[in-house]
Write a protein that binds this ligand. Structure first.
Ligand SMILES: [Zn+2]
Length: 76
């Protein structure tokens, strides 16, 4: 591995770490949205189960898994 390859590899690792950190931050932070009314999913307007509301979620399980799938694909 010459110096340039090493640099490129180091840069890639940095990017992966930054993306991973951002994802962890998103998962841990309580979510908020200007349209969130405190009860209904911001994407499909279905009622969110109480346990999810208490966990700071603003989406139903369906929309949440869809969103996480989309995020995963963008990061891949
Ligand atoms: Zn939903």
């Amino acid at each position: 591995m010459d110096e340039r390859e090493f640099e490129q590899a180091a840069r890639n690792t940095e990017q992966i770490n930054a993306a991973g950190l951002e994802r962890v931050r998103q998962l841990l932070e309580p979510e908020s949205h200007p349209d969130f009314d405190g009860k209904h999913c911001i994407d499909c307007y279905n009622q969110i189960p109480k346990e999810r509301l208490q966990a700071g979620r603003i989406r139903c399980t369906d929309c949440q898994s869809l969103l996480e799938e989309l995020r995963r694909r963008r990061l891949a």
